[in-house]
Design a binder for this molecule. Sequence first.
Ligand code: BGC
Length: 628
Amino acid sequence: MQPTPTSAPPPRTRARRRIWLAISASVSLAAATTLTPALLNSASAASLGCSVSYTNQSEWSGGFVANLVISNTGSSAINGWTLTFTFPGDQKVTNAWSATVTQSGENVTAVAASYNADIAAGSSTNFGFQGTWTTSDAIPTGFAVNGVACGGSSSTGSASASPTTASASATATASASATATTTSASPTATATGTGTGTGGTGGYPAHVADPFTGATRYLNPDYVAEVNAQAAADGNNAAEASVAQYQTAIWLDQISRIAGDSTHTSLTTELNDAAATATAANPKVVELVIYDLPGRDCAALASNGEIPATAAGLTEYESQYIDPIASILNNTAYENLRIVAIIEPDSLPNAVTNQSKTACATATPYYESGITYALNKLHAIPNVYNYLDIAHSAWLGWPSNMSATPAVYQKVVLGTTAGYASIDGFISDTANYTPVQEPFLTNPTLSVGGQPVDSATFYQYNPTFDELTYDTDMYNTLVAAGFPASDKFLIDTSRDGWGGPGRPTALNSSPTTADTYVAANKIDERPFRGDWCNQNNAGIGARPTDEPFGTSSPIEAYVWIKPPGESDGDYPTSTHTHGDPHCDPSGTNTDGNGGTYSTGSIPGYDVPAGQWYAYEFQMLVSNAYPAL
Ligand code: BGC
């Protein structure tokens, strides 16, 4: 269902390739300054040299995620380290990884974990933490390792937004020029109820800020059956069976899916089933994917829809698809359900970047009208929560794409009766594979061999290496453009774990070019970030989790929208002509800059979109990260 990679990264000129966003503030301090005698109390201290890079990978009002790289610039190994520094602001560390971090006032002490305590001369290691702040998240500038100052001149960046690129690509320009002229912005009416009790419209429970808080999650019986059958066939495999306990979304990907068929339970039966155990005090979340726009999947061939991109197709979408769904949902028998609607994956991202493709240019007006119609119908039902799909970091993460995004979404959202209030948030990484965090690649401006890391072919000057960075930047961009701060992000983590034997376990700082440095340190094992179909070596990612970074973060929840084990698409072979060549393991994807890459698809299989793919499921389970 994802578009072809030629369209994911925008066309870029040489000039544009040099523009990147300084999303992180970093401090790189030179080797040790003059040591005081008190500190020269051991041979190792005498030769200890260090530099520390502190990067705010993600920052939002009230919180942040920081990554720190400690480099041993001395001539002998550091065997065991304690890093100390002082926060210039009022930051408070709340949790840490790869070190034990304690704090007394502004003073912070980080002690190495057992597995990263030794740093060879010339090598580096890293750790990170998450925290809160109220008045200042200023970057610390003085660090000491084992009491030895890593002092020196600092080159403090700022976390300011980049200048917007003047040289926006043709696709970005086209979509930006489609900016809505509507002025009907409505007040932001997101309710802040606690989620229980009454107070909502028409006697419904209040429409809450975060539907996942205080709710249990409904399990799609069709997916549970698929998983259980596979686990049984694999000798009652416990890890596989455990997947059935996690919620996945119900994909309404055809009109006929509403009524159900031999392998799909009807929507009404599922809602009745969910409502049977839901109460006002124990509400239940049901996740639905609204996915049947006219001319669906305009930039790819894997999940082309059933409705044509015509005026008649739009009428069909509205009257035969959205209206029946809305009429089923609009039932007070379901008032204790919180229905999370994932709205039309890939559609508006294609409106941002793929207007040079005829199919997308033709379909876009129907996408816009269709989504506005769907939002109006669904928002009118008090217990429906609308989340607009907003691609992922390897698609809209380039600064020019990101800056072109708000206008495209505003055109649709402000075209609704309720305006901004018609949506509850956004979702990234739907059915994609981009990791939430690249733990060893945290600073796109880090210089390797004289080039910034994001100049590597894998990133192509896209400074958003992962979903946490992308969502934070996109959230800030949307809020600055006028979207309410309450519109937070879900992340589909169903297949972005990248565990398994190929996953790096520690920072490797020895490669001397951006390409080799990225290759040695990235956890995303795709040959190309635009690859999207049945990716080999992928693994199940973080389990569905509410507020994984705390309540003030732009990330609202991890969800599993794509059911792990269902195929992304098949490809034309000697026995059939349908499918998408970008799902062919022998096929290629291109980056729009002359680069050609393997599709990265699992070799040896050919499974249509949405159908059970046993090998893929087994692989995703074995490569799960965290392990199942
Ligand atoms: C397919 C749908 C399918 C869904 C969930 C999408 O990519 O187009 O047909 O229901 O994935 O597997």
